[in-house]
Design a protein around this ligand. Structure first.
Ligand SMILES: [Zn+2]
Ligand SMILES: [Zn+2]
Length: 356
């Protein structure tokens, strides 16, 4: 499709330029998606502020990777995809030939790229995607819910790695995307599910949606409180969804002997946490991590929303027009009522789903 489109181009660190750029040209193996929504992710703040060196190298770039849209153009080799189809897509591009790909760990691919993080993404009217990455959105899933599929895939991957069994206790540190982690823990039969945060508004949502207990870390010591709620044993699983070395240290303290800390929150590259190695040995504490969703996670996420096992809507706080991206990315740092914000090139008015 020839022509120009509106896009937010991250021209340099802390500067988006809202401008006209050419519509991406697709090859025979690609599909052009007309963006209806693109969610703002914590990692967009990372790209914007230049937190990660490998991402800075990609600037200038159109960021944005949590996309729902409709198919605008289809490459010759694409199968089962038609113009107008409602879609979302796996953002991971892997090489298939490196060591990690060949032993079945494609998320660790040595040539790993993600659409909207390393290549042009969804803060634009159109984005191009390899046709094999496309997933159709079922009728039962709304446009807004479909924009939450990518963050849900990341949570799902963490849930797989954590391997929580029915009846085990789970603490989720952080009531942002953490609320989705808590929903998945509950779905796996975890009991109790405990969520910690410093923000009463977010804790209230966590409580309403799924948490058995919430802990306001401004009012109570979270480690002591988790110990109390678990009869002095500690939690079977603690998932860190903040990305702070202090909360990682907390997680390690509140997990029981033999329990596991699941690392999800992304710290800066030069952040370090101090963990007593003796507890890996004598207490058999474990840590695993997970960085994103990939392939089948997309189908799973769509099914979980379609069959109402999880609902992302309590986490979607607002829809803003594409032209307001930069101010919104900054506003998210201070307005704690903004959990997930969807950006749309198809609207000119902001809609809030929360009360002031
Ligand atoms: Zn994301
Ligand atoms: Zn690879």
């Amino acid at each position: 499709m020839k022509g120009m489109m509106k896009a937010q181009v991250l021209e340099r660190i802390r500067h988006y330029e809202y401008k006209e750029v050419p519509i991406p040209e697709i090859n025979d193996d690609e599909v052009l998606v007309k963006v209806k929504y693109c969610g703002i992710c914590g990692s967009d703040w990372g790209s914007y502020t230049g937190k990660y060196a490998d991402e800075v190298e990609c600037i200038p770039l159109i960021t944005g990777h949590e996309v729902y849209g409709t198919v605008a153009e289809v490459g010759k080799n694409a199968q089962g995809i038609n113009v107008g189809d409602r879609v979302t897509y796996d953002i991971c591009i892997t090489c298939g030939t490196c060591y990690h790909c060949r032993i079945g760990q494609p998320l660790l691919c040595s040539n790993f790229k993600q659409i909207g993080i390393h290549t042009d993404g969804g803060f634009a009217e159109y984005v191009k995607v390899p046709w094999k990455n496309i997933y159709h959105v079922p009728d039962e899933v709304t446009d807004e819910q479909a924009a939450f599929v990518e963050p849900l895939t990341a949570c799902l991957n963490a849930s797989h790695k954590m391997e929580c069994e029915i009846g085990r206790s789970v603490v989720v540190i952080g009531a942002g995307l953490g609320i989705m982690h808590a929903q998945l823990a509950k779905l796996r039969g975890a009991a109790p599910v405990i969520v910690t945060d410093a923000d009463p508004y977010r804790l209230e949502i966590a409580k309403k949606v799924c948490a058995d207990y919430v802990i306001n870390v401004r009012e109570k010591d979270p480690v002591e409180e988790v110990m109390r709620l678990t009869g002095g044993i500690g939690a079977d699983f603690v998932l860190e969804a903040v990305g702070n070395s202090k909360t990682y240290e907390q997680a390690f303290k509140m997990v029981r002997k033999g329990g596991k800390v699941e690392a999800f929150g992304i710290c800066a590259e030069d952040d370090f946490a101090s963990l007593p190695p003796v507890e890996f040995v004598t207490s058999e504490k474990k840590i695993s991590g997970s960085c994103a969703g990939i392939s089948y996670d997309w189908a799973d996420a769509l099914n979980l929303i379609r069959y109402k096992r999880v609902d992302p809507m309590p986490l979607i706080s607002a829809i803003v027009p594409l032209e307001q991206l930069e101010e919104t990315v900054n506003e998210i740092r201070t307005n704690h009522k903004l959990i997930k914000v969807l950006v749309s090139p198809q609207t000119h008015e902001r809609v809030n789903f929360y009360e002031d």
